[in-house]
Design a protein around this ligand. Structure first.
Ligand SMILES: *Cc1c(COP(=O)(O)O)cnc(C)c1O
Length: 239
């Protein structure tokens, strides 16, 4: 199969985002391999994911279970593709997520973790987990509070079919690099506290930074940035 020509809009936007990430890492004095790009493909068609795959992108983030499963089925022929679930997760959807994703970034309570652990098929490796933190303490938003984190992390670390990799957050939108960096710094400090408390745990992931604030996140130590709009364009269909 032919790769799309280098001049397609997707090729250009993906190259721009890769350059932004490289520049941000370099500005932070970090190695170029220190953070990777998760392409957030929610509401976008499978054909665009396929094009991005041909451009070398391998990790994709989805928010809605049924939509993701449909696309995943359509793209089953793509080798090495890695699916991350990054949306809010209800109990009645945990089985599909446990069976069809490699990563879940949005675990924010023990009950959901327990179900994912119990439902992860034996034939698959453990599910890679990030705990979502409500870092801006917004009343209506998902995510565990910073105070809840140690107990939640301890519970997840005891679950054999889950591998606790780190923390994820979506801060309240803000303008300017100082304001954007502040919540990311708090997330990094929370990860450092967990690393100190659980030195044996594979806690190597800070999932933070999106289209509008990836530079600030990389300054504060993001190891995985989740970018949708800057790669695939604006999302039209409101859900
Ligand atoms: C949609 C979404 C993103 C991508 O946001 P953009 O601003 O489009 O880059 C990242 N993370 C999560 C959890 C999302 O839901």
């Amino acid at each position: 199969m032919m790769a799309p020509a280098a001049s397609t809009p997707l090729a250009e936007s993906l190259a721009e985002v890769r350059q932004r990430l490289a520049d941000a890492l370099s500005a932070a004095g970090r190695p170029a391999t220190d953070a990777r790009l998760l392409a957030v493909s929610k509401t976008k068609p499978a054909s665009l994911i396929r094009d991005a795959w041909h451009l070398g992108q391998r990790e994709f983030g989805e928010n809605y279970v049924q939509e993701a499963l449909n696309k995943r089925a359509e793209l089953a022929d793509l080798d090495e593709i890695v699916w991350h679930f990054i949306g809010p997760l209800q109990s009645n959807k945990t089985r599909e997520v446990a069976e069809h994703f490699a990563w879940v970034h949005s675990v924010d309570r023990e009950k959901i973790a327990r179900r994912l652990n119990d439902q992860r098929p034996e034939a698959l490796p453990p599910l890679e987990i990030c705990l979502q933190v409500n870092i801006s303490a917004e009343p209506s938003k998902s995510g565990a509070s910073l105070a809840e984190l140690p107990a939640l992390a301890e519970a997840v670390l005891a679950m054999p079919r889950l591998r606790l990799r780190g923390l994820m957050a979506i801060p309240a939108p803000s303008e300017g690099s100082d304001a954007q960096r502040e919540p990311f710094a708090r997330l990094r400090e929370a990860l450092e506290a967990l690393q100190a408390r659980f030195p044996e745990a594979p806690l190597d992931t800070l999932s933070m930074g999106m289209t509008g604030d990836l530079e600030a996140a990389v300054q504060e130590g993001a190891t995985l940035v989740r970018v949708g709009t800057a790669i695939f364009g604006k999302r039209h269909s409101p859900r």
